[in-house]
Ligand binder design. Structure first.
Ligand code: CA
Length: 671
């Protein structure tokens, strides 16, 4: 089947294929295939699995066309797989330089591809847009979409709209200026580009929209980039010819330092309606004016027709990080309703007259260290939600999670583009406001009624970081951090079926048909921003594709049991050296490797490393493991500091071993 403009517009007419990231331009992730139902889901079983041999997070939504799956893995590698046999047809490795691992805020993930007339489009982590022949896996063309001297990365899936490939980028934690672009599908010529925040006002503005936006900024915002990266959400209404784009947080996070006299800071945390013919702005709605919390509005944008107040409305729905569920009129951008879908304390409510949030007195943490809900991971992040028009419910992979925000005591802009630059701190004022109303930290699958703006049902998860969802006529499928793929009743949330896949799952499943039979595929690969340094499974498993169908009898693939013991090497370091090591560890290592003893996630807990790692420690810190994605700190850490880090880890392991021994002795009654 040739996937051109018409099949993409009419994706609902071909439910046997999964043609684009969100299944259709409305991005509803609802399949009408109904062979697998509530009544027979207990006979759903594995038909094949394929170990990709990868480590690091996998966030991909595969495409499925004529029995072939196209998906992406870590480092933007593309796989074409025969869905009948579970065999690789080809792979395409864009050879992303491993230095990019350090400037990818949220793991070296990729969320998927776009398909158009026999070509696949990939946004590679290093900012290239690449057209690949879907039949052979050969590259047809590539263009660079970013200035590689800045810390831009691409993790999102491109979309093809009217012969143009739309792609954004990320990097707002590293001081970039956000934008998204449209390229010609034929040869990658740049068609238009929309900057989401104004640049230096002494230079000409790129558009009237940016001239307007500049009035909502203060200070010298352009020096820290401004942020506003559009790294995930795109949806399209062919009838209105509007492309909807979700815009991210500010750079810096803290508005006091980014735009010191305040202001709304357009178009941060906005939903934009764009004319895809020329890239002009038609309307915008800002979910978080003057963002100061990393409240991106890049979360999944979902289009649907809803009956609200007795009237059929063409709506757009989003559950951005800030915790409110928004229903907008998608022709005009007028707010219809907004209510919190998780616990929120930065704002009391959204005023429907003004369309603006009513903030709490402590929400902006001006002179207080405050525990704010949601935290920067968001009430909802990139994990896609789904909408079932029959149940009328939106299924949100959500979380209850906070962070303590505060003003930094001393702060200056870091010019090293590899360093995260947030201007967040906790020590200016010793006064902490903790929230006694706070719910416990947990993941939640929420079935949300978008008309009544209230929860219909929810399921709690132990981990706050789980997978995106798939909707079918009466089932909802979601993977979990504990290594399960679960089917829930779409109407009441009861668990009807589950399969053990061992690895934590973050990617959403898809469903499709081959030779008249319905299949379900999910790619398990634990990682992402919260999966980097923690996990909820017994060990870390390689990325693996799992495909299920009714009557499937295949067994789980064998995975070697990884031996994991605390490192036992003597260290003669004094406490000053260990203290210095801890400081450097916290600065350079902790963000990925976590605290020694915590067990690690997609990246190993170094207190469990093999002795060879410590024999090679300096070489590894100086680039020996760069091919595996470990950054080279050659220009930032000298031998003495590296030895101190090593001493800190070995000392931490020794303390943990003593504790384990004491616990064991106590357990057998000898202590
Ligand atoms: Ca962010």
């Amino acid at each position: 089947m040739s996937v051109g403009a018409e099949p993409l517009k009419n994706a609902d007419a071909t439910p046997g294929d999964w043609l684009s990231y969100g299944r259709n331009y409305s991005e509803d992730r609802h399949s009408t295939l109904n062979e697998i139902r509530k009544s027979n889901v207990d006979s759903l079983g594995l038909v094949w699995s394929l170990n990709l041999g990868t480590s690091r997070g996998i966030e991909t939504t595969p495409l499925a066309v004529d029995g072939i799956l196209y998906l992406t893995g870590p480092w933007s590698i593309v796989y074409a797989v025969d869905a009948r046999k579970g065999e690789l047809i080809w792979t395409f490795d864009p050879q992303v330089p491993r230095e990019y691992g350090e400037i990818a805020c949220c793991d070296v993930v990729n969320r998927g591809l776009a398909l158009y007339e026999g070509e696949l489009f990939l946004g590679a982590l290093d900012g290239r847009l690449i057209a690949i022949d879907a039949a052979t896996g050969n590259k047809n063309w590539e263009v660079l979409t970013v200035d590689q001297s800045e810390s831009y990365t691409i993790t999102g899936a491109p979309r093809v709209v009217n012969g143009k490939v739309i792609i954004g980028n990320g990097g707002a934690e590293y001081g970039v200026r956000g934008y998204f672009s449209a390229y010609n599908v034929e040869d990658g010529t740049l068609n238009w580009r929309f900057y989401t925040v104004p640049g230096d006002p002494s230079l000409p503005f790129e558009s009237k929209a940016l001239e307007d936006a500049a009035k909502t900024w203060t200070g010298r915002w352009w020096e820290s980039g401004g942020g506003g990266t559009a790294w995930d959400a795109f949806a399209y209404d062919p009838e209105l010819n509007l492309l909807y784009v979700g815009v991210g947080n500010g750079s810096l996070w803290n508005q006091n330092f980014r735009s010191p006299e305040g202001g709304d800071n357009l178009y941060l945390s906005c939903i934009l309606a764009i004319n895809p013919s020329d890239g002009s702005l038609v309307w915008h709605y800002q979910t978080t004016p003057g963002d100061t919390w990393d409240y991106t509005a890049t979360q999944h944008i979902l289009l649907a027709d809803l009956e609200v107040g007795g009237k059929k409305r063409k709506v757009l729905m989003q559950a951005p990080k800030n915790g409110f569920f928004y229903v907008l009129d998608r022709a005009t951008g007028v707010l219809i309703s907004a209510e919190p879908y998780v616990y929120v304390n930065w704002a009391e409510r959204v005023d429907l007259k003004t369309g603006r949030p009513v903030e709490t007195s402590f929400g902006r943490y001006q002179d207080i260290n405050a525990q704010i809900f949601p935290g920067p991971a968001g009430g909802h992040n990139w994990q896609p939600m789904a909408f079932n028009p029959e149940s009328g419910l939106v299924y949100i992979p959500a979380r209850e999670l906070s962070m303590v925000y505060g003003q930094p005591r001393e702060w200056s802009y870091q010019t090293d583009k590899r360093k995260v630059n947030l201007a967040i701190g906790f020590d200016k004022n010793p006064q902490f406001r903790t929230d006694t109303m706070a719910p416990e930290t947990q993941g939640k699958l929420i079935a949300w009624d978008p008309v009544k703006q209230r929860e219909a049902w929810s399921v709690k998860h132990r981990s706050p970081w789980n997978a995106g969802v798939l909707s079918t006529p009466d089932l909802i499928f979601q993977g979990t951090a504990e290594g399960r793929l679960v089917a829930y009743d779409a109407y009441n949330g009861s668990t009807l079926w589950q399969a053990i896949v061992r690895s934590g799952v973050v990617a959403p499943p898809i469903t499709y048909e081959v030779d008249g039979k319905q299949y379900l595929t999910v790619v398990a690969g634990w990682g992402g921003v919260l999966g980097r340094s923690v996990r909820f499974t017994d060990q870390y498993y390689p990325g693996t594709i799992y495909t299920f169908a009714l009557g499937g009898q295949a067994k789980l693939p064998p995975f070697p049991k990884l031996v994991s013991e605390l490192i036992d090497l003597p260290t003669k370091a004094d406490s000053a050296t260990i203290g210095l090591g801890e400081q450097h560890f916290d600065r350079f290592c902790q963000r990925c490797h976590g605290t020694p003893g915590d067990g690690g996630g997609a990246m190993p807990d170094l207190s469990y490393s093999r002795s060879e790692v410590f024999e090679q420690f300096e070489n590894i810190v100086h680039g020996a493991y760069l091919p595996k994605g470990m950054p080279n700190f050659n220009d930032r850490l000298v031998a003495e500091e590296i030895n101190a880090i090593k001493a800190y880890i070995l000392n931490a392991a020794s303390i943990l071993r003593d504790k384990q021994t004491a616990d064991t002795l106590q357990h057998v009654g000898l202590h």
